[in-house]
Design a protein around this ligand. Structure first.
Ligand code: MG
Ligand code: ZN
Length: 224
């Protein structure tokens, strides 16, 4: 019986995800779902990313956390429109579901947006299972985590369109083997573009920004 319930939830989610996808298509908005463990540096990366994209690209953010508006406050400093979703009001879910994102979209003018960044709840498990209508999925793994996370959470790394190895400025102080982490990601998803970067030093940010800009352009041209 339990399996039936889960299937029903996912089916309902897929219907709403499709509606979100149509809405993004109508407005030529590229939607990117950014996922990671808690503490990988997602919010800091997105703050820096937005700052570098404006004014060429008009970003907006929907950020999900179980509780608090801390991340929205930080992201709003970039000047981009930001909506915080607390899943606390939706049963405290550890992921964003399509209908939850839909509610967040009410606070964003999509006609003034080129790029919608969806910062998912910090969690490498179920966010991988919930389509929210995004065009692209990005997974962030920081060098303060284990090199074997791609092998422990393969679904997340398999379904993503790009990977980021973050906080590379810390590498000299850690035993983290970045080549091993990259090889583990490649084992799960051989074709995925992989960006190694640090928001602290700015190293590696340019290729990531160029990748996003290219995808925004492709979406405008209707080829994503
Ligand atoms: Mg965050
Ligand atoms: Zn969850």
């Amino acid at each position: 019986m339990e399996i039936k319930v889960v299937k029903k939830v996912l089916a309902a989610n897929d219907i709403m995800a499709e509606k979100n996808r149509q809405l993004f298509a109508e407005h030529g908005v590229l939607a990117v779902n950014v996922m990671s463990s808690p503490g990988s540096g997602k919010t800091t990366l997105l703050e820096d990313t937005i700052t570098r994209l404006v004014p060429d690209v008009r970003p907006a953010v929907v950020v999900g956390d179980i509780c608090t508006t801390n991340d929205a406050v930080r992201l709003a400093r970039s000047g981009a429109p930001v909506v915080q979703i607390n899943t606390d009001g939706f049963g405290g879910d550890c992921h964003l579901a399509a209908h939850v994102v839909r509610e967040g979209l009410a606070g964003i003018d999509l006609s003034q947006t080129d790029l919608l960044i969806i910062e998912n709840v910090g969690n490498l498990v179920c966010p991988a299972e919930f389509d929210v209508g995004e065009d692209l999925r990005v997974v962030v793994l920081s060098v303060t985590e284990g090199e074997d996370k791609p092998l422990k959470y393969p679904l997340m790394f398999r379904i993503c369109d790009a990977g980021i190895l973050s906080k590379t400025d810390l590498l000299p102080y850690l035993d983290f083997d970045i080549e091993l982490a990259a090889a583990n990601i490649r084992q799960i998803n051989p074709a995925m573009p992989l960006f190694r970067l640090s928001t602290k030093t700015g190293e590696g940010m340019a290729p990531w920004i160029e990748w996003i800009k290219d995808k925004v352009r492709e979406k405008r041209a209707g080829t994503v």
